[in-house]
Design a protein around this ligand. Sequence first.
Ligand code: NAD
Length: 289
Amino acid sequence: MKIAFIGLGNMGAPMAANLAAAGHDIAGFDVAGASAPGVAPAPSAVEAVRGAEVVITMLPNGAILRAVAAEVIPAMSSGAVLLDCSTVDVQSAREVAEQAQAAGLGALDAPVSGGIGGAAAGTLTFMVGGGDAAFATARPLFEIMGQKAVHCGPSGNGQAAKICNNMILGVTMIATCEAFALADKLGLSRAAMFDVVSTSSGYSWSMNAYCPAPGVGPTSPADNGYKPGFAAELMLKDLGLAQQAAEAADADTPMGARALELYRTFVEDESGRGKDFSAMLPRFETRGR
Ligand code: NAD
C-alpha cells in the first residue's frame, strides 16, 4: 500500500518503520526533520500525502492535528483514508473526521496503548472510531503495527475509549501508591502487601502488572529508578483530555478530576516531570497527612 506517515517522533518512527519493513511504500514527514528506517522523507506534509491510499498521523495534540489535517485533506486522493493514531480530544477527532468525510475521504481516530515498547515491537492496541469501510482498509496496517484493534463505533469513539481507560489507570495508580505508603507506615512489608492485594479485591493492572514498588511484583519502571515507561506528563495530558470530555458531556468524574490535580501538582510543582507515572509512590512516601 502507498502510505504517508506524518509525525515521526517516539511513537511514529517505529510504527512507520514496521510498516516499511512489512513491504509498504511509506513517505514520511516530520516538522522537526525526524526520519525512520525504510521511510522515504518527503519535503512537506502535502508532498507526502500525494497519491497515498492511507495517511497516518502521530502528532502531539488536537491543535496540531487540526492544522495538519487542514493542510493535507485538500491534497489527498479521493477515497483515501486519514488515520489519526495520536491521542487528542474527542471534539478535535470528530471535527477532523467530518472535514475528511466532506472531502470524500475515509477517517479513523485510532489512538494506541502500549507505549514506545509496543510501537517498536508491533504490539500496540488500537482503539478505533470511524466507519466500517475505512476500518477494513486500515485493518492490515493495524495487524502490522499492533496485536489488537477494537472498533469502538463512530468517529471520536476511539479517543473516548482511550481517555476513559487512562482515567481509570491514573486513578488506580494513585490509589495503589497511597495504599503502599499507608502500608509502610503501618509496618506492613511491601512483599506482603503485594502478595495480598495482587490476589485480593484490590488488584488492578497498576498493582499486578506495573507495581509501583521496587523489588516486588513483575519488573516495572519502579525497578529502573522510575525512568518511563509511561511518563507522568503523558498521564497528565490524558487526564486533562478526560476532564475536557467530561465537561463537554456533563459527566460527573470526581476521581478523575482529583487524579488530574495530583498529577498536575506532581509534574508542575514537584519533581515529577520526566519520571514514570508510578513515581507517585516515592511522592506519597515522603509526605505526611
Ligand atoms: P513525540 O513528541 O515524540 O512525536 C510527535 C512528533 O510530531 C514529533 O517528532 C514532532 O516533531 C512531530 N510534529 C509536531 N508538529 C508537526 C507538524 N505540524 N507536522 C509534522 N510533524 C509534526 O510524541 P510521541 O511520544 O511520539 O506521541 C505521539 C502521540 O502518541 C501523542 O498524541 C501521544 O499522546 C500519543 N501516545 C504516546 C505514547 C508514548 O508512550 N509516547 C503512548 C500512547 C500514545
